[in-house]
Design a protein around this ligand. Structure first.
Ligand code: HEC
Length: 134
């Protein structure tokens, strides 16, 4: 129960953050840094939490942060899933978070570690895709 409300609180704060980023994106200013880095910073933060969770076999921590990461990706899909390339990168990212949640729920630390590696690769590949499509 406690765990559930933690997760929903995290998801909620994630949504608020996303919509803040979205609101900014709707009114872009030329000389400010990319505003969406707000949610990318969040991804970095969740990744770190997940890694700590894996290192300590703290499955609640893994699941909570993977769920928050997943929620972030969902909103990202709505806001910026414009190009097919971006959408497929995002899909791989979402699949990795699904795997993380699944393994965390089964207390499977090896599976979670593998899924985390896949998640990391998906970060790298999406960024690579963005650089190449510039
Ligand atoms: C589906 C595409 C995609 C995936 C997957 C993705 N990113 Fe990003 N990332 C972006 C884009 C686009 C930017 C450029 C900044 C922006 O527009 O948000 C970015 C930029 C960043 C930045 C730089 C932000 C800044 O302050 O300039 C960080 C850090 C980052 N991402 C972390 C991550 C991490 C960690 C993951 C994986 C857990 C990840 N990203 C996965 C699309 C992605």
């Amino acid at each position: 129960m406690r765990q559930l409300s933690m997760a929903s609180m995290l998801a909620l704060s994630t949504c608020i953050l996303c919509f803040a980023a979205f609101a900014q994106e709707a009114a872009p200013k030329k000389d400010t840094p990319p505003e969406a880095s707000v949610w990318m910073r969040k991804k970095l933060d969740y990744s770190q939490q997940i890694l700590e969770g894996i290192a300590e076999a703290d499955f609640d921590r893994i699941a909570t942060n993977a769920q928050a990461m997943r929620a972030l990706g969902k909103v990202e899909g709505f806001v910026r899933g414009r190009t097919p390339g971006y959408r497929s990168q995002l899909q791989i990212f979402q699949d990795a978070t699904d795997q993380l949640i699944k393994h965390a729920e089964k207390d499977n630390v090896d599976g979670a570690a593998l899924a985390f590696t896949q998640l990391t690769i998906s970060c790298v590949n999406c960024h690579k895709h963005l650089r190449e499509s510039k």
